[in-house]
Design a protein around this ligand. Structure first.
Ligand SMILES: [Zn+2]
Length: 212
């Protein structure tokens, strides 16, 4: 997420946080995680779940405590990766743990939250299937020149992994653009981001070049 999107997220969260019923949003988040797991094709879900079963435990990335795998945490203001940037979500503990930004997952539309969760679970699945077995990652289906997401800030290896995640998301039936739509909606229409989000989505779908 870029700086403008982060400010928009913070502003939006500050405005609505008084109205958030934390128990209810926590339950809703669990529901979104379940929905993502259920949407993963059975054979790939099985690969992920048997990997978690074999690993048994996940280590909390910040306090080192151990928890049954898989571990799903909702935290705020954490940083992820080599660039130590604030993150909307991250995989940790070798694919057995997942951390998500509370300000995002407690306020964004369910389908946005699901695409963010699916993104991290796709990293987890790639970890289980390839990295944990020391296998090389597969080739991209779409050559890198034709990939839609530009990943200039990433290293070569990380670019390949991110594009594979995008391709995995398509196969699983998720749309990796939804987070961008929500970011734009929060910036452009802070008083009605949900309505604006639907509008952007429709406009994008009707665009013959970008729409899928
Ligand atoms: Zn990623």
């Amino acid at each position: 997420m870029d700086q403008a999107a982060w400010s928009a997220l913070l502003n939006y969260y500050n405005r609505v946080s008084g109205k958030i019923d934390h128990q209810k949003t926590e339950r809703k988040f669990r529901g979104n995680v379940e929905a993502v797991l259920n949407a993963i094709p059975a054979n790939e879900r099985e690969e992920l779940q048997s990997y978690w079963q074999a690993a048994k435990e996940a280590t909390h990335p910040f306090d080192g405590t151990r928890h049954p795998a898989p571990m799903f945490l909702v935290l705020s203001n954490f940083t992820s990766g080599d660039m130590q940037e604030r993150a909307t979500g991250m995989m940790c503990s070798n694919g057995c743990g997942y951390v998500f930004e509370g300000k995002l997952v407690f306020t964004a539309p369910g389908e946005v939250v699901q695409s963010v969760v699916a993104h991290e679970l796709a990293h987890g699945w790639l970890y289980a299937k390839y990295h944990s077995q020391k296998l090389p990652l597969p080739e991209l289906t779409v050559p890198k020149e034709k990939q839609l997401r530009s990943l200039e800030a990433y290293s070569q290896d990380n670019q390949h992994e991110e594009w594979l995640v995008d391709e995995t998301l398509v196969r699983w039936g998720f749309d990796s653009h939804l987070l961008e739509f929500w970011e734009v909606a929060m910036e452009d229409a802070p008083n009605d981001p949900s309505g604006h989000y639907e509008l952007i989505k429709r406009r994008f779908r009707n665009n013959p070049v970008l729409g899928s």
